[in-house]
Design a protein around this ligand. Structure first.
Ligand code: C5J
Length: 226
């Protein structure tokens, strides 16, 4: 086991059984002119985590450990989109409508692609998820089990919605979960702070949280090969 300084106490990372999950770093949530922007959100908050998330992805590539990239995405015929998800809030633009980067939250559309700086490489797991959580209707649990994964490191957006939901789902399935605090973000800074506090509360009721530097230090070559 490799010990990573974290809250609420040190995270025990199991090398060879750990995967990185990067949640929904898709253009429509992050880039100016996308869906998130059109809803009046300050997307610069989300853009700001791209460099740290890229470093985190590079670290996992160097370790040779699995990386999962998710996208919140629906089928073009919307058969996997509950009507309530589409209509709730009566937004100007709904899921499936034509936005500045193609149809909103529809698989394969330009706005549904992961931002260029974090683009998946061949061999990494890329998956569309119709829900907020990464296990609903995706088959991901079976894929991770087949790879022998027991520990998950989380990054991505938004902290209190798809990241937190996925982490809670993972926790319920028995994964040990570590959130990288500076590689996750929300349009609402107070929601990010609160989500992280909820995750680490009560002795890590959902999991652990730490800055990227702590994970990088723990995985320094001299420590991993000691
Ligand atoms: C994600 C959302 N990815 N906030 N979606 O968190 O609707």
């Amino acid at each position: 086991m490799i010990e990573v300084a974290a809250r609420p106490y040190a995270f025990q990372l199991d090398p060879g059984h750990t995967a990185l999950v990067v949640i929904d770093m898709q253009r429509d949530f992050i880039e100016p002119g996308g869906f998130g922007d059109s809803l009046g959100n300050d997307v610069s908050l989300l853009e700001a985590i791209i460099p740290t998330t890229a470093e985190l992805i590079s670290l996992f590539r160097r370790m040779g450990w699995p990386i999962v990239h998710t996208r919140e995405a629906h089928k073009a015929d919307l058969s996997d989109c509950p009507p309530g998800k589409r209509s709730r809030g009566a937004p100007g633009l709904k899921i499936g409508d034509e936005g500045a980067m193609g149809r909103i939250l529809i698989s394969g559309e330009p706005g549904n692609q992961i931002v260029a700086d974090l683009a998946p490489l061949p061999g990494e797991i890329e998956m569309d998820k119709p829900g907020k959580g990464m296990f609903w209707a995706t088959g991901l649990h079976e894929r991770l089990k087949a790879l022998g994964i027991t520990h998950l490191v989380f990054a991505g957006v938004t902290t209190e919605v798809c990241v937190q939901t996925s982490m809670r789902e993972a926790n319920d399935r028995g994964y040990e979960c570590l959130l990288i605090e500076d590689a996750t973000e929300s349009y609402f800074p107070e929601f990010k702070r609160a989500a992280i506090e909820m995750i680490v509360a009560q002795g890590g009721i959902v999991g652990w949280a730490t800055p990227f530097a702590a994970l990088e230090a723990a995985l320094a070559p001299e420590k991993v090969h000691a």
